[in-house]
Design a protein around this ligand. Structure first.
Ligand SMILES: C[S@@+](CC[C@H](N)C(=O)[O-])C[C@H]1O[C@@H](n2cnc3c(N)ncnc32)[C@H](O)[C@@H]1O
Length: 312
């Protein structure tokens, strides 16, 4: 195994279910996540850091991090997922999906007809309230099954802080933003550049009675009118585009824009006292070029489908 590679080394752990141990205690750099076989998606993930370098303790947090995550089961239909993704990002990109299309997407992408739960509601629940999803958002957005563990990780790693704000520079449905902001009891701000997506998300959030926290605009416009907070937690889930396929996984250096470029921009333009970047990645498929981030920004911890670095 190459230096710095992270391997999904063990299948059964004492905690049972899907537990995630961020074995950061030895310190090291991360090149790739090797995630569990989709055939065994509920197995325990153990991220083992194999290189000997030391990560600086980040933001007052020690680098010994252990994050427990409850059972999750995602069983993709491997033969159909890339086909469905191409359809939803292509001809159905701006179509409002019917409930049956949403349920079918849940079955294909998660193995569960309820897989496209958003805002804490199952598909039939949010659909009945008038909430809708466009095709691209259905496949790009962060549904509850992914967003909730990320919010728990954010809480475990950053929960005790005062005057924290949460920013999703690529807000999509606003679902990840809502979950993490709720988990940290923090104000939220999202940016969304696709006007059709923004309009639908804004409508959905109003139906929910949530503050209309998502602005229409390019991600870089955030820095012109930032939250007035001491600590900013940036959620990074830009469009994966050609950087991802269900067959081959995700390359963090080829997202649109690339994750390292976004973090460098945050480092230059953010004006809060301290800031972090929480990078969302696929919880199942392999993830490459993690070290393009972690070689330059100290890692604070991991969770299911995400890792957190200290930018400042
Ligand atoms: C992967 S999705 C985000 C998912 C999000 N975390 C959620 O909870 O739904 C990426 C979103 O970024 C938006 N986007 C693309 N380019 C952008 C840009 N330059 N600035 C802001 N948003 C952008 C896309 O329209 C898409 O809705």
């Amino acid at each position: 195994m190459a230096r710095g590679q992270i391997d999904n080394a063990a299948e059964d752990g004492p905690a049972g279910g899907l537990a995630l141990l961020a074995e950061a205690r030895a310190g090291g750099a991360l090149d790739d996540y090797r995630q569990p076989s989709p055939r065994r998606p509920t197995s325990r993930l153990v991220y083992v850091v194999r290189s000997g370098r030391t990560w600086p303790a980040a933001g007052g947090l020690g680098s010994n991090v252990r994050v427990g995550v409850t059972n999750v089961s995602i069983k993709r239909d491997k033969s159909q997922s890339d086909r469905l993704r191409a359809q939803l990002l292509g001809p159905k990109r701006h179509d409002v999906l019917s409930l049956s299309e949403v349920i079918e997407a849940g079955r294909t992408l998660t193995g569960d007809r309820e897989g496209m739960a958003f805002y804490g509601l199952p598909p039939s629940g949010w659909y009945a309230r008038g909430i809708r999803l466009l095709g691209r958002t259905c496949v790009e957005a962060t549904p509850d099954i992914t967003a909730q563990p990320i919010a728990r990780t954010a809480h475990a790693l950053l929960g005790a802080r005062q005057r924290v704000g949460v920013v999703d520079l690529f807000a999509g449905s606003g679902n990840l933003l809502l979950h993490v902001a709720q988990g940290l009891s923090a104000p939220a701000c999202g940016l969304e550049a696709d006007e059709a997506v923004w309009r639908q998300t804004d409508t959905n959030l109003r139906i929910l009675g949530a503050p209309p926290a998502v602005r229409l605009g390019d991600w870089q416009s955030y820095f012109e009118d930032p939250l007035n907070v001491d600590t900013t937690v940036y959620l990074l889930s830009p469009p994966w585009g050609n950087a991802f396929s269900f067959a081959s996984g995700l390359d963090l250096a080829r997202t649109e824009p690339p994750i390292p470029l976004i973090i460098d921009t945050i480092a230059t333009r953010d004006r809060s006292i301290r800031c972090y970047a929480l990078i969302q990645h696929t919880p199942i498929e392999p993830v490459a070029n993690v070290s393009a981030v972690t070689d330059r920004y100290p890692i604070v911890g991991f969770g299911r489908g995400c890792f957190l670095v200290c930018v400042r």
